[in-house]
Design a protein around this ligand. Structure first.
Ligand code: OOG
Ligand code: MG
Length: 253
């Protein structure tokens, strides 16, 4: 196997919705190669007409690192095909073993082509929004190494963007709730994300720089889950609520 065949296999796995075991038993790729597999996988999606619309970070909170046993910040690509309307619905059959997690997201207003810092990062941001991310590992039992999950585009599957608020609504420490049918199933705070979600902007800008990439104005950045992820079940309604930013929801058929 090589970079391309690994990407093709993960691509097919996603389309066939049948989980696989780690590809590293055939090709022991390292982290750099894992990002190349991810990039080729996104290229395969673009060849099918999908458009790149942003990036997401993973393992930015202790809750997620503990849940998944991976303690290294990662990032992946978002395409338009992954976006679900706020209040919309998804079908469980379109996924393998999906999980949902509450996130905070940012919409950029300028190209990000430099490493941002605490004083300038909000100058690049149009607004902030509550979000739900639906992750769906292509690996058996949702078990993977750091390299596996990066190759698998950091388990990206779908996401829901809530209402966009101007950046003056942003605070580093806002309460976060995940609800199922109105009942709280997870709670946390945005400060769980690297101490302050603005750090996610700084980190992604640095990672993009390292790979010689520019994130265009109008891109979405998901900062990572503030709590552990919860398995999705059909017939239920899921909602993320961020204190001061309202809520965002999705129903599962
Ligand atoms: C990897 C994706 C992690 C987050 O918000 O931390 C992630 C996974 O947990 O399968 O999206
Ligand atoms: Mg996430």
């Amino acid at each position: 196997m090589n970079i391309q065949t690994c990407a093709e296999q993960l691509h097919q796995t996603r389309l066939n919705k049948k989980e696989i075991s780690s590809l590293r038993t055939n090709f022991l790729f390292d982290l750099e190669q894992a990002y190349q597999i991810q990039e080729y996988g996104l290229h395969l999606r673009e060849q099918q007409g999908e458009k790149s619309i942003g990036v997401k970070l993973g393992f930015t909170s202790k809750a997620k690192m503990l849940q998944m046993g991976v303690n290294h910040l990662i990032w992946g690509g978002l395409t338009d095909a992954m976006q679900v309307q706020d209040g919309g619905s998804i079908n469980l059959n379109d996924f393998i073993h999906p999980r949902i997690e509450p996130e905070i997201g940012f919409l950029t207003k300028k190209d990000i082509n430099l490493t941002l810092n605490m004083t300038n990062c909000l100058d690049y941001i149009e607004g902030v929004f509550p979000a739900l991310e639906i992750i769906d590992s292509r690996y058996q039992a949702f078990k993977f190494s750091l390299e596996d999950v990066v190759a698998d585009n950091t388990s990206s599957a779908a996401f829901v963007m809530g209402q966009l608020y101007p950046t003056d609504h942003f605070e580093s420490n806002m309460g976060v709730l995940l609800k199922q049918d109105g009942h709280i199933i997870e709670s946390g705070t945005t400060a769980a994300i690297l101490g302050n979600p603005l750090q996610a902007l700084i980190q992604i800008s640095e990672l993009l720089q390292q790979r010689g990439k520019i994130l265009p104005a109008g891109s979405i950045i998901l900062a990572g889950a503030a709590t552990a992820a919860i398995p999705l079940h059909s017939g239920h309604h899921y909602q993320a609520e961020i204190n001061g930013l309202g809520s965002v929801s999705v129903s599962v058929n």
